[in-house]
Write a protein that binds this ligand. Sequence first.
Ligand code: F6R
Length: 266
Amino acid sequence: MQIVICKDADQASKMVAAYIERAIKAKPATVLGLATGSTPIRLYKDLIRRYKEGRIDFSKVHSWNLDEYIGLEPTHPASYRYFMNEQLFDHVNIDKANTHVPDGLAKDVEAAAQAYEDGIKADGGIDIQILGIGSDGHIGFNEPATSLVSRTHVQTLMLGTRQDNARLFFDGKLDEVPTRAMTMGTGTVLDSRTAILLAFGKGKAPAIAGAVEGAISHMNQASALQMHRDAKFFIDEDAASMLTPKNIDFFKAVYADSDLKALENA
Ligand code: F6R
């Protein structure tokens, strides 16, 4: 696991955007795993900027999103398909036919989940998986006690997750937040070649401490990333604030501030 403690969310997002730019230059048909939520919004803005500056060509990129609410139309402003179109896809030259979000309206959700897994495999697997983290440690919508080897499945959402999302995306209306979602499993995420987790703010500090310094446990799904072959955490000082001070010093020593700045634009 590589832990990069950044000055702030802007710096972390720019570094990840620069990483993705380099990856797409090296492999134009990169397969991205994408997340929604408030955390990756700055990253998507910076990817759009880099596209507009002629630095990234998305024409051959494929994408697979982590999750989607069950029962929301793709045209619903809180659906994850809508979010992705609005925050990224509508602003870059990605072919929408190559963008995938789980089908939250499928009649046969089991079959749709299996088809999603099969689709990722047929696409050659995910090169770079972008992740946020829930305050309970969830990645995708894999809530505590989900099997750490789970594949794409239907998940019942915890009240805390629904409250967080009501506040951010449903004008505070908890009743309107679906109770279930279709999500890649934590096992699906572990299959990605590189996993990049972003976390900002003090609210994420306990989940980050558990994921990085805690034992691997299904109670903090992100802790499973300790078993990932190439997991990178780009977090701000607040999200890092509950790590042990000696570990914070160690992680910071790996990158001096000047190195971080250089990497933002590399
Ligand atoms: C979203 C997702 C979730 C979020 C997490 C954090 O596709 O998979 O795991 O990353 O709930 O959400 P924010 O970024 O809104 O704090």
